[in-house]
Design a protein around this ligand. Sequence first.
Ligand code: NAP
Length: 312
Amino acid sequence: MLPQLLILAPLPEFLRVPLSENFICHDYVSSADPEGLIQEVGPRVQAIIQNGGTQAPVSLLEKLPSLEIITVNGVGYDGVPVGYCKGRGIRITNTPDVLTDDVADIATALVLMTSRALSAAQRFLLDGGWESAASPLTSALNHKTAGIVGLGRIGKAIAQRLEACGMRIAYTGRKQQEGVAYRFHSTLEALAAASDFLIIACPGGPETHHLIDSEILTQLGPEGTLINISRGSVVDEAALIRALKKGQIKGAGLDVFENEPHVPQELRDLPNAILLPHVGSATIETRQAMADLCLRNLDAHFSGQNLITPVY
Ligand code: NAP
């Protein structure tokens, strides 16, 4: 008898097909009647698959008494109530490492797009502005400081790339890391004040909710740019919009938003914000590697082997 799997998020074909061959799949995300679906199959569901940003609320998990494992198709698992799952012995897996380089590339792209105003430069050319004038001058990266909030796998990969652009690297986190030569600031305020680019690469969730607020943006200052590739929840978006409008910071480069896929019109209208639709890991190669890791974790669990990438 195949195990029963609840699909909580839209998944690519190359993940859906092998899942459908190895599990009895129940599609919660595209069901016309998700409540009815849970009433019918909830007691039999043994596994959940979801994306990084997907919420798996306790109120839902309580209706799944046979649940054994939640496989997150992403590295961030802030949508999963970890304490509750631990209490019930529900395993959690995610997809660390395989997406690190792609996400770091997008952070680097956002730094370059904001500092060198690349979107505006392309628009200038397409609109014919170059026929009569030179594109406006922009800002160099060399000798500027990139302050990284959360120097983990992705944060370190961003640091490597920006060092290659001649930038100085500093960071903050819950503690100073041994064997890391980058300058550590024990407070976010101090890092923001020392940074030309404040780059957010820590996890989402309650602990980091609105870590970046108006006070931190004031510390970053009128020559500073905020880059966020972590989770929209980490930044107080209303405070960010106010700071961008008033010129309290210079610009922002964002791959993630508080209420995805909805991006406030006020933010879209700002010329000093570069906005991307959460494409950090969105390459064919990486999404395939993430899918493979989800499948290997599920396979390991249901064949009694050690999980490949358990969260705990
Ligand atoms: P990771 O290796 O666990 O790194 C996270 C870092 O954040 C750690 O170095 C940790 O350092 C730090 N941290 C944790 N809590 C913190 C806090 N309260 N304040 C400041 N720093 C804190 O994770 P990763 O693989 O680099 O991924 C990071 C995040 O990127 C994910 O959680 C996910 O939300 C996001 N992400 C986004 C995309 C995208 O498409 N845009 C794709 C993948 C991942 P300390 O323990 O020293 O504090």
